[in-house]
Design a protein around this ligand. Structure first.
Ligand code: PXL
Length: 252
């Protein structure tokens, strides 16, 4: 069983709905706790409504008192308060196999976090993480480095791992020309590359981190999970569909 703590995306292309679809495709039962709701379509996000923190806490406590996930992931968290609550529950329920996708902006450029949220994720939640999956933009914001090429990715991975994270995966799908992802577990740097696909896609980061979470729930190691996720997302992008008139969503 895998748990996603993430934002709702009504299109199903990203967020909690995409995470649950991915868990299902990986053969893992999906648990879910929404942290925030969005109003959006394939063209963009028009509104954000946070879940009140008391009710967010109640959702987590009620679930976790009874059900134990084998792995969990976080997606859009929105506020520093929500981040602290998750860190506390990691401790109280001795949860393991946490994957953090430090969601910052939507594919259309809308800011998906309140001020201070990314710092809270870095300082309060990273120490509990088995795997983190920032893209190059998020890696830049988190480290203060300009992450634009292979060397920048390596430097950022080293710096990010210092926050107590076991494995850092930086996704480079937003780089020019190639889609290059970096895995770093403190010992080996491992790059995986694919050709870049032309269309604009929504939800690639969510699906990527969900495959990793499902793999960890199934007892794979992070390196195996990385290769699986890269392949899964590539295939799902190649058969991507247009649900509306905006960005394509992954199909799997
Ligand atoms: O892709 C990042 C993301 C994550 N979670 C939610 C989103 C988005 C992008 O729009 O809406 C809920």
């Amino acid at each position: 069983m895998a748990l996603t703590v993430a934002g709702s995306d009504p299109t199903g292309g990203a967020g909690l709905q995409a995470d649950l679809r991915t868990f299902k495709a990986m053969g893992v039962h999906g648990l879910s706790v929404p942290s925030v709701l969005t109003a959006q379509n394939t063209k963009g996000v028009s509104g954000i409504q946070e879940i009140p923190s008391e009710f967010f806490t109640e959702q987590l406590d009620t679930l976790l008192e009874d059900v134990r996930p084998d792995a969990l992931k976080t997606g859009m968290l929105y506020s520093p308060e929500i981040v602290s609550i998750i860190a506390e529950k990691m401790r109280v329920y001795s949860l393991r196999n946490l994957v953090i996708d430090p969601v910052t902006v939507s594919s259309t450029g809308v800011l998906l976090v309140q001020e201070g949220t990314l710092d809270a994720i870095k300082n309060v939640l990273f120490p509990y993480a088995r795997v983190i999956t920032p893209n190059i933009y998020e890696a830049s914001v988190l480290t203060g480095l300009r992450v634009e090429d292979e060397n920048g990715m390596k430097e950022a991975a080293l710096k990010l791992r210092d926050h107590g994270v076991e494995t850092v995966i930086i996704t480079g799908g937003h780089m020019e020309k190639k889609a290059l992802d970096l895995f770093f577990d403190g010992e080996d740097f491992l790059f995986l590359e694919n050709d870049k696909l032309e269309a604009e896609f929504h939800g690639t980061g969510c699906v990527f981190s969900s495959v990793i979470t499902a793999c960890l729930a199934l007892d794979c190691d992070p390196r195996e999970a990385f290769a699986k996720a890269k392949n899964f997302v590539w295939n799902a992008m190649k058969s991507g569909v247009s649900a509306g008139t905006g960005m394509k969503i992954l199909n799997f």
